[in-house]
Design a binder for this molecule. Sequence first.
Ligand SMILES: [Cu+2]
Length: 262
Amino acid sequence: MKQRLFILSTALLAALACAGAHPGDITNWLQAPASTTAVEVRHSFFLTLILIAPFLLAAEGLLLFVIFRFRAKPGREPAKFHENTRLEIAWTVAPALVLIVIAVSTYKLIESINYSPASDIQVEVTGQRFFWKYTYPEYGLTISDEPLVVPENKVVTLLGTSVDVIHSWWVPALGIKKDVLPGRITEAWFKARRGTYKGQCAELCGPLHAEMLIDVKVVSEDEFKSWIRSKQAELAVPSAAAPADSSAAKPADSTGTATGRQ
Ligand SMILES: [Cu+2]
């Protein structure tokens, strides 16, 4: 029994250690936060942990102390205690205060997650079995089944919907997990540092759900602009839709948008 426990706990520790070894892996536990939201979520996690851990330790410690100190022994009855008003008030008020602190900070965080600050760039995210489509309305650009490319340190607002069933756009490093539903538009936002982040559809949507992967490339503003230009040229987006530099864009097509896959 002891040996089995030892093996189990060693395996658990090894799993936790491995979890920190692959920053790009979406199954990674506690991967480095890459967006302002993810940083705040991480802070909230540690704040909550720090505030509640003493209660767990105090309760378990007291329990053990009482069990060993006051238990029945040969020739001795177990101790009996009844009522201690000050103690009862203390253990009611202290957790209540801590819960208020956790609740206020958590609701503030939820509000900042739910309400986007002034948006710098908007992307429409459409979930479809079994790929993602991204539309950049201000650039007249739509891409499918490709990485989402956005500029660093900009507020990116995502407006999500689905054309078939419920999907969920989930990128752990960005601290975002937002359901996209047919007939509705859901909103999410992030402001991220440079890097490539992986995610996945997090709502079971059919046989290829596990392959409905997400790649987000957060690049410098210049790289983003040149990526936009090259995509516009590749997909023959009308030059009027490119506010920055339209010289690379090909002549306008009739639809105003182009997609790699539909
Ligand atoms: Cu899915």
